[in-house]
Design a protein around this ligand. Structure first.
Ligand code: BEZ
Length: 200
C-alpha cells in the first residue's frame, strides 16, 4: 500500500517490547513519528535507536510521541533495548513495535521488495494530531537517518499548523519564514506588520 500525504495513518494493534498497544489510542492528541528499521541488533539500527533515545526531550518539547517498528518479535526488542542502553548510553523509553507477520509494515508500505523483500526499509511517517500523514521518507538500509532533520520538519509543520507560515530551504528555527499564499496581503499586513515583501 502507498500512503500519501494527507491520508489517514492506518490504525493497528500490535505487541511492543512493553505489551500490546493500539496505535491511534496511544497517539492521543499528540504529534507522532513512526519509523521502521530493517532488523534488531544491527549496527546502523542500533545507532539510530540510540540517537532517538537521546533526543527524548526534543521530541517531548514538540508534543511528539515516537515509536519504532521492525519485523522482529517483542522478545528480541526487549533484549535489544538492553544492548542499546549499554552501547549508546541512552534508555529506549518509546515503544518498539513487533511486526513478525509484517501486518503493519504492509499497511504502511514499509517493505520495498526490490530493495529487500522481507525486511522494512528505513521509513519515517510524521503524523499530525488529526492522525493524517504529514511527511513520508524512505531511506536505504545502509544509511542511518538524520533525526535532527525530523525535528526540523516537525518545527516547520507545527509553524504551518499554528500560523500559516512556510519555511525556506535549509531553514532552522529562529530564521526568516515565508507567509503562505493562503494569507492575503491585507491579512499579512495585519498579522505580520513587520514582514518584508521581497516581491509583491
Ligand atoms: C544495520 O543496521 O547495520 C544494517 C541493517 C541492514 C542492512 C545494512 C545495515
Amino acid at each position: 500500500m502507498t500512503l500519501n500525504l494527507g491520508d489517514l495513518a492506518p490504525d493497528f494493534t500490535a505487541h511492543t517490547a512493553d505489551g500490546e498497544r493500539r496505535f491511534h489510542e496511544w497517539l492521543g492528541t499528540s504529534w507522532g513519528v513512526l519509523f521502521s528499521h530493517p532488523a534488531d541488533f544491527t549496527p546502523v539500527c542500533t545507532t539510530e535507536l540510540g540517537a532517538v533515545a537521546r533526543l527524548r526531550d526534543q521530541f517531548a518539547a514538540r508534543a511528539t510521541k515516537v515509536a519504532a517498528i521492525s519485523v522482529d518479535p517483542a522478545t528480541a526488542h526487549r533484549a535489544w533495548s538492553a544492548d542499546i542502553a549499554e552501547t549508546q548510553g541512552a534508555e529506549v523509553d518509546f515503544p518498539l513495535i513487533a511486526d513478525p507477520d509484517r501486518r503493519v509494515a504492509t499497511l504502511y508500505g514499509m517493505i520495498h521488495p526490490h530493495h529487500d523483500d522481507t525486511a522494512t526499509v528505513r521509513a519515517v511517517f510524521i503524523i499530525g494530531p488529526d492522525k493524517k500523514i504529514k511527511l513520508t521518507l524512505a531511506y536505504p538500509a545502509s544509511t542511518g537517518r538524520h533525526f535532527g532533520e525530523i525535528l526540523r520538519v516537525l518545527d516547520s509543520l507545527q509553524l504551518t499548523a499554528a500560523h500559516q507560515l512556510a519555511t525556506p530551504a535549509d531553514w532552522q528555527m529562529g530564521e526568516d519564514v515565508i507567509i503562505t499564499p493562503a494569507v492575503s496581503n491585507e491579512e499579512a499586513a495585519r498579522r505580520f506588520p513587520h514582514h518584508r515583501a521581497i516581491k509583491p
